[in-house]
Design a protein around this ligand. Structure first.
Ligand code: ZN
Length: 465
């Protein structure tokens, strides 16, 4: 069989891997490469014919794993897309949001033309809503730990990966011309004891692993729990300073885990009930999907639900739906916590909240996730004294803080442990993807010291397994 890496080779986004067993071609993930955001059209440049792919396996809903599926379908892919039930639902939500983002960018370019007769030269939407609908009708859902025969020679099992509701590692058992082979694609690996999500499950013994490497060479700080960090910050910002705490958060996944952590804090009386606003219509929709797939939340969240009720609802929590209500949150002068998207501050309602609060000495902005270079979040974290928001240059007087307690990725030690659960003698090869080159190298160095055979694959190169 043959393995080739068509995306997330020596970079984080755009996960896309191909496994060929004889003539049968399986694509594992088809993510959007947004590191080249200035030219989204690079995502159309598949190094294979989309119509030649027989089946797609989707590890999880995040857009860097799923966001190029509608392009694949638009350009001729005609097979099924295999994923877990929550992944099917969350992916639909995220792909429709992608269409909105493409359209907004296209409209912005249109408005920025020097004159109204100039042709719109900006990027055209990569795909439209109809392509998303063509994509989601190809989903075939498979539960965790339920072996599924793709062909007579290929069997797929999804293993829980933590990270996001429905996120899976894909384990394939293959009969390759009479020889039994096995390979695991980790997708993104989550963390232990993460609010709402189950711990990542151990992989069965396999011959090959294609592993993510996002946090290679870096470990999360572990001196404080999620709740301890939140209590300390809220106490300082909202109780002592009577100010407001703004938490930029991705609407799907991060927001639900944050809301549950806050629910635990307020319901146990650790802090007085500060008003909490979740200002993102997509977060409300995603929360309904977390309720729908409640059988897959972790035992702690199940127990909380049984004893105290809905883990995503509490007295002092408001889900803000309309834009009018969102503006009222900006005018709310009591101490409060505002959770809003987008996580990297590029667009979304968070921009309004920043616009009105970035010059407020009594405001703290707490970053809980990664911010890519070039984003407003990145510039604030870098310590820029003046930032550009909504066509205005504004001096930053608010306090900027960052914590990694809610990072949804396992760190260096977690990634190493995941691979070391395999015997170095029987594991024939580890391929590292989904990471900066330095992260992959750090991970490779650690694993090679213990006798693992590690490859940092080149994009589009075919590896015989
Ligand atoms: Zn992910």
């Amino acid at each position: 069989m043959k393995l080739s890496i068509h995306g997330a080779a020596r970079q984080v986004t755009g996960s896309m891997h191909m496994l060929e067993v004889g003539q049968y071609k399986i694509l594992i993930d088809c993510g959007l490469d947004y590191e080249k955001d200035h030219n989204i059209q690079v995502n159309e440049n598949f190094n294979f014919k989309p119509e030649d792919i027989d089946v797609v396996i989707l590890t999880h809903a995040h857009i860097d794993h799923s966001g190029n599926l509608p392009t694949l379908v638009r350009m001729g892919f005609n097979g099924q897309i295999l994923c877990t039930p929550p992944t099917a639902d969350l992916t639909e939500l995220l792909l429709l949001d992608s269409v909105n983002i493409f359209l907004q960018k296209s409209q912005k370019n249109h408005r920025n033309r020097k004159n109204k007769y100039q042709k719109n030269s900006g990027p055209q939407p990569l795909y439209l809503q109809k392509h998303v609908m063509d994509t989601v009708e190809r989903f075939v859902t498979i539960g965790f730990n339920r072996p599924f025969r793709i062909t007579g020679d290929i069997e797929l099992t999804f293993i829980q990966a933590g990270h996001l509701l429905g996120a899976a590692a894909a384990v394939l058992k293959i009969n390759d011309e009479g020889i039994e082979k096995s390979i695991a694609f980790t997708g993104d690996i989550g963390r232990k004891n993460y609010p709402v999500l189950n711990d990542p499950e151990a992989l069965p013994p396999v011959d090959y692993i294609v592993s993510e490497a996002t946090y290679g060479g870096r470990n999360h700080t572990k001196d404080k729990s999620v709740e301890e960090t939140l209590v300390e910050t809220i106490e300082k910002v909202c109780i002592k300073e009577q100010g407001r705490l703004i938490i930029p958060a991705f609407s799907i996944g991060r927001t639900q885990s944050l809301v549950f952590a806050l629910n635990k804090i307020f319901s146990s009386g650790l802090l007085p009930k500060v008003a909490v606003f979740v200002d993102s219509p997509m977060a409300s929709m995603a929360t309904s999907l977390y309720r729908k797939h409640h059988n897959l939340v972790n035992p702690e969240a199940q127990e909380f639900y049984n004893k105290k009720g809905d883990e995503f609802e509490f007295d002092n929590l408001t889900y803000v739906e309309t834009l009018k209500d969102s503006r009222q949150v900006s005018n709310y002068y009591e101490p409060c916590i505002i959770i809003s998207s987008a996580g990297m501050l590029e667009g979304g309602r968070i921009q309004d909240h920043l616009f009105y609060n970035i010059q407020n000495y009594y405001c703290t902005i707490l970053f809980i996730g990664y911010c890519a270079k070039g984003t407003l979040g990145y510039r604030l974290l870098r310590g820029d004294p003046i930032v550009h928001i909504k066509d205005r240059d504004l001096a930053v007087y608010a306090t900027i803080k960052k914590t990694d307690v809610l990072s949804a990725h396992g760190d260096h030690d977690d990634l190493v442990a995941n691979i070391k659960s395999q015997d170095s003698k029987s594991l024939k090869g580890v391929f590292l993807v989904h990471g900066e080159e330095s992260s992959m190298q750090a991970l490779a160095d650690t694993l090679e010291q213990d006798g693992y055979k590690v490859t940092i694959p080149e994009k589009d190169v075919v590896y015989e397994l």
